[in-house]
Design a protein around this ligand. Structure first.
Ligand code: AMP
Ligand code: MG
Length: 426
């Protein structure tokens, strides 16, 4: 059963997860979006190194693609009017056209040529018959079956017309974008410079890999997750290491990052514990835009500006760090990178698990999309949703997004999911 509460008459109760000081995820996106300025500096690079960069100017087509009308099949190129309707037609084969080796002669009535896929169609020709519908005896072609004028021919400019924008500014370059640029014969393009990010972890309990752990200490995993999340997006990363829960040390690091990076991302120390100094440091050296979002995991999250540097202080629990990165930081990064499209599509599917949920904030539970016995896509929970259980995130292939107002979800109900990975990229 989905329990609904009207957002307008909500008050904090101990039954739900509502916190009047939190802002919605949507508002968090809007505030972040309005406080950031996309990178403006442009670089010219060769297309060989352009994957995952953001295009900084439209790429106009300098040619027609394809440049010439050509055959879509291996077969025979002929004039449609030479075919006799509903009867086998005989034509004399007078030559061959290969891709890259056009047939240069004249083709008279009653004649045809052998043609390969991609070969230029001679001017007098209007139809290609695939070889499977023909017989050949002593240079005479017999065309069998029914045909249509213009069939199996790819017209010049069918893919792209000269002067048309082949790609628009703000496009995140994927392999086929680069293929399109190459098809135009262009080998260098303008992209925005890479976004520069600095990352550090906070916590007296954190140790670097290689150091011995004493009682109560743990290895810093968030920095490795964050650095690689950033690497995936093609961000230039400066790893500032681990900082203890010491306001002076945190202040020094903030000052070192201020105005020297496009974005500073930290994890830990943003809650209301006695050793949480991140938000107060942001308050004293920059501006806090918000620090509580109505989401789970990830309610405490400090966002703001340190001079020109965008700042995100993510909560320290490893799942919270990752979820808030994907949901709040990644859209901001894509906007910083100059990208047009930052929306991530969602799908609806049946839940095979019963999901525990209290109204009051959006939950990003971790799920696994699978096929049920009818071959229909369904989702099941990864199990323990504790924000310290990184394997619940790691075993997942999607987020199950449960709205603020939604309560427990019964098995068999439909839910919204956000897949982690499509077929392309990230
Ligand atoms: P905090 O947000 O600082 O209150 O930390 C919340 C929880 O996350 C604590 O159990 C921390 O030990 C843990 N934690 C904080 N930072 C990290 C990190 N870099 N790697 C792994 N766990 C962390
Ligand atoms: Mg801490």
């Amino acid at each position: 059963m989905n329990k609904h509460i009207s957002p307008s008459n909500r008050a904090a109760t101990c039954q739900d997860d509502f916190d009047p000081n939190s802002i919605s995820v949507k508002e968090a996106h809007q505030r972040v979006s309005s406080m950031l300025t996309a990178v403006a500096e442009i670089e010219t690079i060769t297309i060989r190194h352009a994957l995952n960069r953001t295009l900084a100017s439209d790429v106009l087509s300098t040619v027609n693609v394809p440049p010439q009308t050509n055959s879509a099949m291996d077969g025979y190129a002929l004039k449609f009017d030479d075919l006799i309707a509903n009867k086998p037609s005989d034509l004399r084969i007078i030559g061959v056209a290969y891709a890259g080796k056009p047939f240069e002669g004249e083709i008279s009535p009653g004649e045809c040529i052998r043609i390969m896929t991609g070969a230029v169609i001679p001017e007098s020709i209007d139809t290609v018959v695939m070889q499977e519908n023909t017989e050949v005896n002593d240079n005479v072609l017999t065309v069998l079956g029914q045909h249509k004028k213009g069939q199996n021919i790819r017209l010049y400019g069918e893919d792209l017309r000269r002067g048309e924008a082949a790609l628009i500014k703000g496009t995140l370059l994927k392999p086929t974008d680069i293929g399109i640029v190459a098809s135009l014969g262009i080998d260098s393009i303008q992209v925005y410079r890479r976004v520069k990010a600095a990352v550090f972890s906070t916590g007296d309990e954190l140790k670097n890999i290689g150091e011995a752990l004493e009682k109560g200490q743990i290895y810093d995993s968030n920095r490795y997750t964050l650095v690689n999340l950033l690497e995936n997006l093609g961000i230039e990363i400066t790893d500032m290491g681990i900082l203890g829960d010491d306001p002076d040390v945190i202040q020094k690091a903030f000052l070192a990052a201020k105005n020297n990076f496009d974005i500073l991302i930290t994890s830990g120390g943003v809650s209301v514990g006695d050793a949480d100094y991140v938000k107060q440091t942001l308050d004293s050296l920059g501006e806090v835009s918000f620090w509580k979002i109505a989401m789970k995991p990830g309610r405490p999250l400090a966002a703001g500006k340190l001079g020109n540097t965008l700042f995100f202080g993510l909560p320290g629990n490893p799942v919270s760090t990752t979820v808030t990165f994907y949901q709040i930081v990644q859209p901001a990064l894509r906007q910083l990178m100059g990208q047009n499209e930052t929306h991530i599509p969602t799908l609806r599917m049946k839940s095979l698990s019963k999901l525990k949920k209290r109204p009051g904030r959006v939950e990003f539970q971790r799920g696994i999309v699978t096929l049920d016995e009818n071959g229909e896509h369904c989702v099941k929970s990864t199990g323990n949703q504790g924000s310290h259980v990184l394997s619940s995130m790691n075993n997942a292939n999607c987020f199950i997004i449960l709205d603020e107002d939604c309560g427990n979800v019964d098995e068999g109900s439909y839910v919204e999911i956000q897949p982690f990975r499509g077929i392309i990229g990230l």
